[in-house]
Design a protein around this ligand. Structure first.
Ligand SMILES: [Zn+2]
Length: 421
């Protein structure tokens, strides 16, 4: 895309967002009243960022750019406190979304011959219906099973011959773990690809899932505020997550400056051709980097690295920035353990404490105490190497950490609970 084409797209988005009261006011603050007021990329970069908080303050429909009679669908994401964030779609938006998801799936090698088990939640959450419409657009056979009900999930996966599984990576692992209980092995299934997203995951987690289910595990990215799943998706060449051409990505440092290609920072997205709920410089809170170019799969444009962490997930422990994904990386690189863990942060006196509870596998659990102590020591050393702070590792019995059928809860920050009480 040339600079001129880009500016044309950006101006079209600005024309649409100006119909929403929230954006009209926000753009006036920087002297933008008409699309033509943005004459360069520099002008565009003066536009203030929008975040989840703006959606909450303008709850429910303050960011809608079309009247309700033009809208055909609402989705919402649950907030940690109080009101959800609400997004809306016109008929054209739903069609565009389906095309975007279908294009991504096509690059991931999914065809009309595939049987796709959509085990993301259906409902206000965008995951289930987003994938569903994309698969139908592609002509694949969809099983809209939604999340949960693991026993039935596995039975239908076998009986219907599902070839593609869509769910969170933690649920994929849970399904893999449950195979044995249902008297099945991965060989009883026809699965060949998994499209996993809605939570950050590591390369080590990918390797675990690929081995246990015998599939290729691909990452899908998106958020309801900019569309839903499908903003970007990994192709089979393993070159990263290709961003659909209907989105303009920027990477910002913590002061809001735009970073050059390849540098790591927060992803900010602007949507093109979206009518009901257009997004302009929306802060995703997701940390990644982007590059421009073409891939042998046919994609041309922006490609992002998998999201390593969320700004909100960052824990500050004894003054050190710690991301749960770093802990996952550390512990999964040591053998003899299961990819199930719980991070417990607390404060004793004035000192933050970090405890990581990690499940050992059945074989290690039967080892001598001395061998378990050695394993515990290895894990502690590895975590110290990666984080540069000391953690107490507590090995726990197989299957003792609660499993998740959706997004896994891996962190308990008792310091926050203490502040609230
Ligand atoms: Zn590619």
């Amino acid at each position: 895309m040339t600079q001129d084409e880009l500016l044309l797209h950006l101006r079209k988005t600005i024309e649409q967002v100006l119909k929403a009261p929230y954006y009209k006011k926000k753009l006036a603050e920087v002297g933008i009243y008409y699309p033509g007021d943005v004459k360069s990329l520099e002008d565009f970069r003066k536009i203030p960022l929008t975040d989840k908080e703006a959606l909450r303050q303008n709850y429910p429909f303050g960011l809608f750019a079309e009247p309700l009679e033009k809208m055909v669908r609402i989705h919402a994401s649950s907030g940690t406190t109080g009101k959800p964030t609400v997004v809306g779609y016109t008929r054209e938006d739903i069609q565009l979304w389906a095309k975007i998801v279908a294009n991504g799936l096509r690059r991931a090698g999914i065809t009309s011959n595939d049987v796709v088990q959509v085990a993301y939640g259906y409902g206000l959450f965008t995951g289930g219906m987003g994938l569903h419409y994309g698969c139908e657009e592609l002509g694949a056979l969809v099983i809209p099973i939604s999340g949960g009900n693991t026993q039935r999930q596995l039975m239908l996966m076998r009986d219907f011959g599902s070839t593609v599984l869509c769910c969170t990576p933690s649920y994929a692992l849970y399904l893999a773990d449950s195979l044995g209980e249902e008297g099945m092995t991965k060989e009883d299934l026809k699965l060949r690809v998994g499209i996993f997203g809605a939570e950050p995951w590591t390369e080590q987690m990918r390797a675990e899932i690929e081995t246990r289910l015998g599939i290729r595990a691909l990452d899908i990215y998106g958020l309801s505020e900019t569309m839903g799943p499908g903003v970007s998706l990994e192709c089979l060449k393993g070159e990263g997550l290709h961003i659909d051409e209907n989105f303009y990505p920027e990477i910002l440092d913590k002061d809001g400056n735009v970073l050059p290609e390849g540098e790591t920072g927060e992803l900010v997205l602007t949507s093109f051709n979206k009518m009901g709920f257009p997004g302009l410089r929306y802060r995703t809170k997701d940390i990644t980097s982007i590059t421009y170019g073409s891939c042998t799969c046919g994609h041309t444009g922006w490609t992002m690295k998998r999201v390593s962490a969320r700004v909100d997930d960052m824990l500050i422990i004894r003054g050190v920035n710690v991301f749960p994904s770093q802990i996952e990386e550390a512990i999964l690189s040591v053998g003899g353990i299961e990819p199930h863990y719980l991070i417990v942060v607390d404060r004793e006196g004035n000192l933050d404490t970090l405890e990581v509870q990690i499940e050992v596998n059945a074989a290690s659990f039967n080892d001598e105490i001395r061998e378990l102590e050695e394993l515990q020591q290895r894990l502690q050393t590895k975590i110290h190497e990666i984080l540069n702070i000391a953690a107490r590792v507590r090995l726990v019995e197989p299957k003792s950490i609660p499993r998740s059928e959706g997004k896994a809860k891996r962190v308990i920050d008792k310091r926050k609970e203490k502040q609230l009480s």
